[in-house]
Design a protein around this ligand. Structure first.
Ligand SMILES: [Zn+2]
Length: 349
């Protein structure tokens, strides 16, 4: 009898947890389906030259010569050289004489335990972040870090994974913002960081945060781009406002100035969000968040070309990508103007 009662009680608990999970999933999916109010009139587009450069960067980085940019491969080193060259041409400043910030790490693969011929542990001895900055005119000792990873999956089983959306798009947008800020200097200093080895576990961002080129208390926040060019519904997500709600008004203002549908979400834990994915640690911003540095992350919903050989330049949405980049430019300018307040609010938490 007692046994039976325990079983019944157990079943009720399981049913309640399932009901909670389903309810949370339903409510969260509904909550994040509502975009912020957007502009009825699209803003002035980027100049034809800016737009052409933006697309050209994605085309080049995702072309076969770059071999999918896997960490430790010649294609990845080619991407390093290109970004370094672009930083120098734009007139960004390096920390300590070089844009290159090398690091090492060991990658452990669960698949290596069960796949013959595949190693469990691989040492990466020459991974490299490419990092430069534009000095602020009013308060140069406060920094905004704008980041995007340049590595991708490489060539697997003879198939090229070009990674046009993931994440040549983020790198191209970061370069566009660097050009804009070099021409119109910000009040605070802005670090532009092209991270390596994101696909192997945010290794580049972890290495950067572990050995910041400036004192940690001077780093006000991180703005991270990863997959921002491919969406057929004109929609992009921003994650981070759940953790840092004081950033939301600035995001809303930027959303109001674009025709792109910007939706806040994918940043609440499973207890609140059920089956709706939490992207808090899904890309390089996770390393900043872990260190207590506020972040905003922009990225599209997963699509059929995600981590597939079909993530090609031909599959991105050029008009959408240009609008997103324009919106991110406006947001970065507004973050710069408000960076003192952001740092103060974050420090007081
Ligand atoms: Zn990515």
């Amino acid at each position: 009898m007692a046994m039976k009662r325990r079983i019944v009680r157990g079943l009720i608990v399981v049913a309640l947890i399932a009901a909670w999970f389903n309810g949370a999933s339903y409510l969260e999916a509904k909550r994040i389906s509502v975009p912020m109010p957007s502009a009825s009139q699209p803003p002035a587009p980027m100049s034809a030259a800016e737009r052409a450069a933006l697309l050209e960067d994605v085309r080049i980085l995702s072309s076969p010569e770059y071999e999918g940019r896997r960490t430790g491969t010649p294609g990845n080193r080619k991407a390093q050289a290109l970004i370094e060259q672009r930083f120098a041409a734009l007139g960004l400043q390096p920390f300590g004489g070089s844009f290159r910030q090398p690091f090492t790490f060991k990658h452990r693969s669960i698949k290596g335990l069960v796949t013959p011929g595949r190693p469990y542990e691989t040492a990466y001895n020459d991974a490299t972040n490419i990092v430069g900055y534009v000095r602020g005119t009013a308060a140069p000792d406060r920094y905004l870090v704008i980041s995007a990873h340049y590595d991708h999956l490489g060539i697997r089983n003879g198939k090229l994974y070009p990674g046009a959306d993931d994440n040549a798009s983020g790198v191209a947008a970061m370069l566009a913002l660097a050009a804009r800020f070099k021409a119109n200097p910000p009040q605070h200093s802005i670090i532009f960081a092209a991270f390596d080895a994101e696909e192997l576990g945010l290794e580049g961002a972890n290495a950067f945060v572990a050995r910041l080129p400036v004192p940690k208390e001077q780093v006000a926040m991180n703005l991270n781009f990863d997959m921002i060019a491919h969406n057929n519904d004109n929609q992009i997500f921003v994650a981070g406002t759940h953790h840092y709600p004081f950033l939301k008004p600035l995001v809303e203002q930027s959303a109001a100035a674009t025709s792109v549908h910007v939706t806040a979400g994918h940043d609440r834990p499973q207890l609140l969000a059920g089956s709706v994915e939490d992207w808090t640690s899904s890309s390089d911003h996770g390393a900043f968040h872990k260190a207590g540095i506020p972040f905003l992350y922009f990225g599209v919903a997963d699509h059929e070309d995600y981590h597939a050989p079909s993530d090609t330049f031909a599959r991105i949405n050029p008009a959408f990508f240009a609008s997103v980049t324009q919106m991110l430019t406006g947001l970065a300018m507004s973050l710069d103007r408000n960076l003192d307040t952001i740092a103060q609010v974050a420090a007081a938490r």
